[in-house]
Design a protein around this ligand. Structure first.
Ligand code: ADP
Ligand code: MG
Length: 240
């Protein structure tokens, strides 16, 4: 494993960020002035009850949605005037996504699923399948390469999804409730995998509403009613 020296480079910098959704003639103010700095190599979780704005925040960080007010810098770059094309380019370059429901394509094999982001990058089939196989090996699923998602357990599906998130060599992995559909043993193995990825230097940003999951990350940011109510290192971080 690589030795990684945590530096001070700010991967995600958010200043006084606001987001509202239009609801009929009204609007729902969901994020009410978020300030958050995440440095390269951090392993951070966002905790909060349902409806507190976690996914809204992650979607903005992931360039899947746009904030109304405040500043967001990704890898030093101010995010503004974002259109879908520009967002897609930045996502492909910097971000890997993991979702609660895995979001694998049912009729594609594990290997093809992992290789898909490389297809969107225009890489030739042979090359992308070779790289995808390396990532499946990394998550311990090389033997399952030619199986369909329906033939895999929940934990295995999430491992495939994590391999897919990593295959483009992103700067940050964003995971929205990655263990939400898993039992506790499988949850631990998925968190162990995210920890191993972080140990190699990847910045990992996880949403969860489970204390036990958050406790396995190195820093917990607590969100309530659209504001951050606490932001602290965990025992895991202090043990390093
Ligand atoms: P969490 O992930 O913490 O459960 P969300 O960020 O998904 O919370 O949602 C925060 C609030 O914003 C909720 O009240 C939710 O109903 C509302 N919301 C989320 N997405 C939308 C949307 N696209 N349009 C309108 N309201 C939304
Ligand atoms: Mg959510």
């Amino acid at each position: 494993m690589n030795t990684f020296i945590l530096n001070n480079y700010c991967m995600i910098k958010i200043e006084d960020l606001h987001k509202s959704y239009p609801i009929g003639k009204d609007s729902l103010h969901v994020l009410k002035g978020i300030d958050l700095h995440i440095k390269e190599g951090e392993f951070v979780s966002i905790m909060g009850s349902s409806g507190s704005g976690k996914s809204t925040l992650l979607n903005i960080v992931g360039l899947l949605d746009i904030h109304d007010r405040g500043n967001y810098y990704l890898n030093g770059q101010l995010i503004k005037n974002l259109n879908e094309k520009k967002a897609a380019i930045l996502r492909n370059k910097f971000l890997g996504f993991v979702f609660q429901s895995f979001n694998l394509i049912a009729y594609k094999t594990a290997l093809e699923n992992v290789a898909l982001p490389l297809y969107y990058k225009g890489m030739a089939r042979k090359e992308r399948l070779k790289i995808a196989l390396d990532y499946l090996e990394k998550v311990g699923l090389k033997e399952w390469a030619n199986h369909l998602p329906s033939e895999l357990s929940g934990g295995q599906k999430q491992r495939v999804a994590i391999a897919r998130a990593l295959v483009t060599n992103p700067k940050v992995v964003l995971a929205d409730e990655p263990t939400g559909a898993l039992d506790s043993t499988t949850t631990d193995s998925v968190m162990d995998l995210l920890k191993a990825i972080n140990d190699e230097g990847m910045t990992v940003f996880v949403i969860t509403h489970e204390e036990e999951v958050a406790a396995q990350t190195k820093r917990i940011v607590r969100l309530k009613d659209g504001v951050i109510i606490s932001d602290a290192l965990t025992k895991v971080a202090k043990a390093v």
